[in-house]
Design a protein around this ligand. Structure first.
Ligand code: PEP
Length: 252
């Protein structure tokens, strides 16, 4: 299914990188956005410490997000942040279910679904991540794995809610490896069909991002693939020039 009408989202995941001094990159991004057509969305998800100062500098065209949230709105959860707090700080998206959270923090799909529901409760768009391991790919289990994880991780959508899915093969994150265009197309079509099954017509317009070693050099090819509605970018989002080169490919 070719969607066509979906607005591309170029999303940076800064992970545990960035100090106040990194805000100079944001200033470069904000001014560079003005020299590009406004036909794709740009988002950075910095560490939580930078959400407020980044939002203060973001202007109208840069969205600011966060990288995780607790399912509860408030309470005795030392060290955690709720979706409501992130919204209050200026976040409009939250990444949930990133493979690094799933593996380093034992966050399982049922928990990811609770986090996604928390985002919706707070008026934030969740970016629900999913991907297969290299072993699963080798066994030919990519599509089954992605569908199985998403069925458990995706939230129920209320009438004003929306969400984003990010397909991130685990073996492609931070490795320089990228699936072939055919492989990406096949998985994104599988995800699209699942979204339509779960959310009917609305599923046709939900954004499906590709993530995993997206760079200025491969962005145009990846973004041209059917049902790829943007990218979730780790390493290459830390430098304004690289992120803007990817954004330029999205708006070309
Ligand atoms: C990520 O961790 O979400 C990611 C896509 O990282 P990288 O672009 O560095 O592979």
């Amino acid at each position: 299914m070719v969607t066509g009408m979906v607005r591309t989202l170029i999303a940076g995941n800064w992970k545990m990188n960035g100090l106040k001094s990194s805000l100079s990159e944001v200033e470069k991004i904000v001014s560079a956005l003005d020299s590009h057509p406004d036909n794709a969305d740009c988002l950075i998800c910095p560490p939580a410490t930078l959400v407020v100062p980044m939002q203060d500098r973001a202007g109208a065209r840069l969205n600011v997000g966060a990288q995780s949230c607790h399912p509860e709105a408030f309470g005795a959860f030392t060290g955690d942040l709720s979706a409501e707090q992130l919204k209050d700080a200026g976040a409009s998206y939250v990444i949930v279910g990133h493979s690094e959270r799933r593996s380093e923090h034992g966050e399982r799909s049922a928990y990811v679904q609770e986090q996604a529901h928390a985002c919706l409760r707070a008026g934030i768009t969740p970016i629900v991540c999913v991907g297969e391991s290299y072993a699963q790919k080798q066994r030919g289990e990519t599509k089954d794995t992605v569908v199985r994880i998403l069925r458990k991780s995706l939230p129920t959508l209320g009438s004003n809610d929306t969400l984003v899915v990010a397909y991130e093969p685990l073996w492609a994150i931070g490795t320089g490896l990228v699936p072939s265009a055919e492989e990406i197309a096949e998985v994104h079509l599988t995800i699209r069909n699942l979204l339509v099954e779960l959310y009917q017509d609305r599923g046709a317009d939900l954004r499906i991002l590709y993530g995993g070693s997206m760079k200025p050099g491969n962005a145009a090819e990846i973004l041209a693939i059917d049902n790829v509605n943007g990218g979730l970018i780790g390493g290459a989002s830390l430098k304004a020039d690289d992120l803007m080169a990817i954004y330029a490919a999205a708006v070309a």
